[in-house]
Design a binder for this molecule. Structure first.
Ligand code: PMP
Length: 355
C-alpha cells in the first residue's frame, strides 16, 4: 500500500513522475538504455538539462530577465558557501529565521563581515522578524523564504536596495510570488522539485563579477554558466526527475494553480489544528505560518501513543517533528494530494472522538 507521505525531505514526488522515472530506468525514450547509464553529453541528456533549466526560468517568470538556471551538486549547504564566496566583498546582511539560516551565516563568515540584521531566535524561531533596518554598504541581504524545521514562512520579503538572496529550498514553485525581486535564489531539489542530489540556482548575471577575490573554478557561478550546467558530470537522474516534476507543475497550470491547491491544503490543516483542543499550533502568528511545513503538538502528551497508533493505521508517514523541535510536522509539499491532508485531519478528529 502506498503511504501518505508527509516527510520533510526528501519528500513526496508526484505519482506520475515516479511512474515515468521508473520506465526511464528500464528504457529511456526507447533508446534501449537506462537513464542511469546514458552519457551526460548524449544529445538525449543535454535536451533534458536544457528543458529543466528552461522550465525553472519559465515557471518562476524569470525568462528573458537576465537570469540563468543552474543544476548543481552539494545541496543548499554548498550554496551557503558559494553565495558568500561569489558575492560577499566586505559585508553582507542575513536574517536569522532558524537552523538553516544560522548555517548560512556561519559559512558566510569565512568570507567577510556578516551582520545579523534580524533574528527570531529569542522566541525559538516561531515568527518572522519584520521591523528592522537594512544597513548600507552591504553586498547583499540573505533570507530563507520557508523555515522547514519551525514552520514559518515569509509572506512579504524585505525591500532592499542591495541584492536580495534567498534560500528557497522548501517552498520554491509552491506559490506565485515575484521571483524577480531576488537576485539569486537557491533550492535543494529534494522537497518540491525532485529527488535528493541536485540543487537549483537561479542567478541574475548582473550580480556576478563584483568581488575582488579569486574564486576556484568549481566554486565560481560564472564557470557553471559558461559550461551550461555541465562543468562536471551532473546528477543525471536527479535532474531528469526534476525536469519531470517541472513539466508536471506546468501541466497543472503553473505555480499560480499549484498555489491555489497548496492554500486549500494548508487552510484545511490549520483549521483542524486550531479547532481541535487536543492540538496546538507551534506558530501563533497566523501570518507567519508556513503553507509547506505545518508544525503542531499535542496539548497533552498522554495522548501520544493513541495518536501515533491512529496515524500508523491510516498509512501516514513522516509526521514526526524535526529532532530539535519535537511534536509533529506535516510537510504538505506540491505533490501531496488534498486527500492525504483530509486523511490526517480525519485522524486528528478520530483521536478527539476517542478521548
Ligand atoms: N535550507 C533549507 C531551508 C532546508 O530545509 C534545508 C534542508 N532541510 C537546507 C537548507 C539544507 O539542504 P541540503 O541538505 O540540500 O544541503
Amino acid at each position: 500500500m502506498k503511504k501518505h507521505n508527509f516527510s520533510a525531505g526528501p519528500g513526496i514526488l508526484p505519482r506520475e513522475v515516479i511512474e515515468q522515472a521508473s520506465v526511464a530506468v528500464q528504457n529511456y525514450n526507447n533508446t534501449g538504455l537506462s537513464i542511469l547509464e546514458i552519457s551526460h553529453r548524449s544529445k538525449e541528456f543535454v535536451a533534458v538539462m536544457e528543458q529543466a533549466r528552461q522550465l525553472a526560468l519559465e515557471l518562476t517568470g524569470l525568462e528573458g530577465k537576465g537570469y540563468r538556471a543552474l543544476f548543481m551538486h552539494g545541496g543548499a549547504s554548498l550554496q551557503f558557501v558559494m553565495v558568500a564566496q561569489n558575492l560577499l566583498e566586505r559585508k553582507a546582511a542575513y536574517i536569522n529565521t532558524g537552523t538553516w539560516a544560522s548555517k548560512a551565516i556561519q559559512e558566510a563568515r569565512f568570507f567577510g563581515e556578516v551582520l545579523e540584521v534580524a533574528s527570531s531566535k529569542d522566541q525559538d524561531f516561531t515568527y518572522i522578524p519584520k521591523e528592522f533596518e537594512i544597513p548600507t554598504g552591504i553586498s547583499y541581504l540573505h533570507c530563507t523564504s520557508n523555515n522547514t524545521i519551525y514552520g514559518t514562512q515569509f509572506k512579504k520579503f524585505p525591500e532592499s536596495s542591495a541584492p536580495l538572496v534567498c534560500d528557497m529550498s522548501s517552498d520554491i514553485f509552491s506559490r506565485d510570488i515575484d521571483y524577480s525581486q531576488f537576485d539569486l535564489i537557491y533550492a535543494g531539489a529534494q522537497k518540491n522539485m525532485g529527488p535528493a542530489g541536485t540543487t537549483l540556482v537561479l542567478v541574475k548575471e548582473s550580480v556576478l563579477g563584483k568581488v575582488s577575490r579569486a574564486i576556484p573554478n568549481y566554486m565560481n557561478y560564472r564557470q557553471h554558466i559558461e559550461k551550461e550546467s555541465m562543468f562536471n558530470t551532473p546528477s543525471v537522474f536527479a535532474v531528469y526527475c526534476s525536469m519531470l516534476t517541472l513539466e508536471w507543475i506546468k501541466a497543472r497550470g503553473g505555480v499560480s494553480e499549484i498555489e491555489k491547491e497548496n492554500s486549500k491544503k494548508a487552510s484545511l490543516l490549520y483549521k483542524a489544528i486550531d479547532s481541535n483542543n487536543l492540538f496546538v499550533s507551534n506558530i501563533t502568528n497566523i501570518e507567519d505560518r508556513s503553507m509547506m511545513n505545518v508544525t503542531f503538538r499535542l496539548q497533552d502528551d498522554s495522548h501520544k501513543e493513541m495518536f501515533e497508533k491512529l496515524v500508523a493505521q491510516a498509512g501516514i508517514n513522516g509526521l514526526n517533528g524535526h529532532r530539535s523541535v519535537g511534536g509533529y510536522r506535516a510537510s504538505i509539499y506540491n505533490a501531496l494530494p488534498f486527500e492525504s491532508v483530509q486523511l490526517l485531519v480525519d485522524t486528528m478528529q478520530q483521536l478527539k472522538n476517542k478521548v
